[in-house]
Design a protein around this ligand. Structure first.
Ligand code: RB5
Length: 147
C-alpha cells in the first residue's frame, strides 16, 4: 500500500513517528513534507498530498496539522477528495465504510501518537461498503460541479 503523508510544522513530529511506523509495516511512503518544525502553511502540504491521491499515485493520504481542521478543509477543496478528520477509531472506520474517505486528517495537538496509530490502522484496514452508501457518495461528488 502506498500512502502520501504530509504535515505542517505543528504536525511534523507526529508525521515522523507515523512515517517510521508505517514503513516498518511495509507501507510505501511518499513524504510530502514538511521536513522541519519551521513555520509553514497547511494548505501547501494539503495541496501536494491531495494531488497525489487525485492522480492515483497513492492509495490514501494522511495529513496532520495542529487540529487537523485546516488540512481537512484545504484537502476537500480538490475534486475527488474525501478527507475525514478523525480523533477516534469509530469515526475512522465509518469514514471508510460509509464515506469512502481517501484522506485521513489528524490533529497532533488533539491526538497522541498511540491513538493516532490505532486510528490509522483502522482507516487503512477498512473497506468502503458501497450499497446504500454509494449513491450518497455520488451525490457528494455531484456537489463538486454545482455553482
Ligand atoms: C498552526 O498553528 C495551526 O493553525 C495549524 O496547524 C492547524 O491546526 C490549522 O488548522
Amino acid at each position: 500500500m502506498k500512502i502520501a503523508l504530509g504535515s505542517d510544522h505543528a504536525g511534523y513530529n507526529l508525521k515522523e513517528e507515523i512515517a517510521e511506523q508505517l514503513k516498518s509495516r511495509g507501507c510505501l511512503i511518499k513524504d510530502c513534507g514538511v521536513f522541519s518544525r519551521e513555520s509553514s502553511d497547511y494548505p501547501d502540504t494539503a495541496e501536494t498530498v491531495s494531488g497525489a491521491v487525485q492522480d492515483g499515485e497513492v492509495n490514501f493520504g494522511i495529513l496532520i496539522c495542529g487540529t487537523g481542521i485546516g488540512m481537512s478543509i484545504a484537502a476537500n477543496k480538490r475534486k475527488g477528495i474525501r478527507a475525514a478528520l478523525c480523533a477516534e477509531s469509530y469515526s475512522a472506520r465509518c469514514a471508510r465504510q460509509h464515506n469512502n474517505a481517501n484522506i485521513l486528517a489528524l490533529g497532533s495537538r488533539v491526538t497522541g501518537v498511540g491513538l493516532a496509530l490505532e486510528i490509522i490502522d483502522v482507516f487503512l484496514a477498512t473497506s468502503f461498503e458501497g450499497g446504500r452508501h454509494q449513491g450518497r457518495v455520488d451525490k457528494v461528488t455531484a456537489l463538486e460541479n454545482t455553482r
